[in-house]
Design a protein around this ligand. Sequence first.
Ligand code: ADP
Length: 542
Amino acid sequence: MLGLMQSQPLLISGLIDFAERHHGDAEIVSRRVEGDIHRYTYKDSATRARKVAGALDGLKLGFGDRVATLAWNGYRHLELYYGVSGSGRVLHTINPRLHPDQITWIANHAEDQVLCFDLSFLPLVQAVHARCSTIKHYVAMCDEDKLPKDSGVPRLISYEAWIGAQSDSYTWPVFDENTASSMCYTSGTTGNPKAALYSHRSSTLHAYAAALPDVMCISARDAILPVVPMFHVNAWGIPYSAALTGAKLVFPGPAMDGKSIYELMEAEKVTYAAGVPTVWQMLLIHLSANGLKFSTLRRTVIGGSACPPAMIKAFNDDYGVEVLHAWGMTEMSPLGTLCTLKNKHDALPEEEKMKIRLKQGRAIYGVDMKIVDEAGKELPWDGKTFGDLYVKGPWIIREYFKGEGGDPLVDGWFPTGDVGTIDADGYLQITDRSKDVIKSGGEWISSIDVENIAVAHPSVAMAACIGIAHPKWDERPIVAVVKKPGMEVSRDELLKFYEGKTAKWQIPDDVVFVDAIPLGATGKILKTKLREILKDYKLPVS
Ligand code: ADP
C-alpha cells in the first residue's frame, strides 16, 4: 500500500522559491570584483535567477546543457546557481585556480555551452577560449558599460544586459528530482580530473541535512560568510542551506586575505563562517598581529583538510568561537561527518571535550560509513584500529560523469581513499589519505598527527609531513615547516617539542625549513609537489 501524502519532486528552484516567499527581505551582501559592497535581498535574487533562466532559454539552451562559471563568491554567482539548475540545465563551477590546460580539458569534457565569468578571470578566458570547442556564448559578469572592448573573446556579452532584457514572468519547470543539477570536477591529483554530477534530489537532501543543529546548524538568525569558494563542491552546499533556512548571506568576492575577511565579518555582523584551515590561518595571524577580537562570530565550520588542534583551541580559547570540524569530499556533495558533542559528554571536563572536538566527527543522517582492512573485512569501532574508509548514502557518488574511471563502488560502498579510526560513539578520526600514510617498521604513522604537533609550536605557520625512503624502516617521516613571519625556531627545538606528545618512533627524523609549502587549487597541501621539491633530500645519518 502506498502512502497518501503529496508527491512533490525535490527541486533546487523550490529552495529559492521558499526563500523568496518566507524570507524575502533577508539580505545577501557581496564584496564585488569592482571592490564595492553590493546588497540586496532573497526576493531580488529570486527575481534575477528567473531572469537567468529566461536568458538561457533565449540562447536556445537545451535541458541538461552545461553552463560553466569561473567566478568568486558573489550574488551573480548565486543567481546562476538557481537560474541554471532551476531551469533544468547543469551548473558547472570551474575552479579558476587550476592550470589553463586543465580548465580547457574540463570545459571540453563537460561539453560546456556557455561560460559566465567574473572580470578578474578575463585573462584566463582569453588564454583558453580558442581551445574550448563546445562553448558558444561567453558572459562577462558585469554591467554593460564595464564590458571589455577588443577582448578577443568571441560572442562576449555582459551579464546585466543579458538578463536585463528578460521579463519577470518566468515560471520554474517541474521535472524528475533525479535530474542532474550541477557538477564539480575533483582536483585530479592522480590522472585526469573526474566529475561528480549532483542531482536536484541529492543537493536538496544534502541542504536539509547540512542545516541540522548537529551538522552545520544554520538558521534564519545567522549571517553566514562562506569563504569556501562556490567553485569548490558548491561551497559545501551553503548557498542551498542558506535559502532553505533564510539565513543572511555575506559573500567575500575575491578578497580572501585576513584583513578583508575580518572587516567584512565585523561590518556585516557575521555569526557564522566556513572555510579550509589555510584561510583561517591567515585570519588568525591577522587578528593576533593587530590585537583584534570578533564581536559577532560564534561558529565556524572548518574542513577540506584536517583542522589542527592548535587552530581549534585558538578559536575557542582566544576568540570564543566554536569550531565545527567537518570531513567530506567532492564525491560526497561534500558533507560526511561533523564534530559536535553528545548529551552524555556534557559533564566531561573541558579537556576531555576538546579531545572529542579534535576528531572529524559523527556521520550525518544520510551517510553510512565503515572502515575495512585490505581484504575488505569490516574493522571494529574501537578508536584505535585504522582502516580504509567506505561510505554510502543518497548524496554520495554512484558513478563519475561519462562513466570515467569505471565503477567506483565496492559492493555498493564508495571507497573514499581516506584512512581513519571510528570510536565506539561513532566519531571518525582521519589519520591520512591512503597515499600519504607513512609506513615505518610495519607500523603506520599519521602524517596529520605529525603536522598537528608542529603547528602547535608558536613559531610555526604551516607544516607538511611526508615519508622518505629508509633502508631499515621502509619510510621515516620528515616535516617541512614554514615559520611565522618574524619568529624563530631551530630544527632541534622543534624536534624536542615533539617529546612527550607522541610515541618516540613517530617523531619525525628531520625538519626542513621552507619559504612556502605548495598548495593545490582548493588550498590543500600538495604532497605530490612537495615530494618532487624534496626529491634530492637525504635523511640525516643516525
Ligand atoms: P579533492 O579530492 O578533489 O582533493 P576534496 O575537497 O573532494 O578535493 O577533498 C576531499 C579530501 O580532503 C578527503 O578525502 C580527505 O582526504 C580530505 N579532507 C577533507 N576534510 C578533511 C578533514 N576534516 N580532515 C582530514 N582530511 C580531510
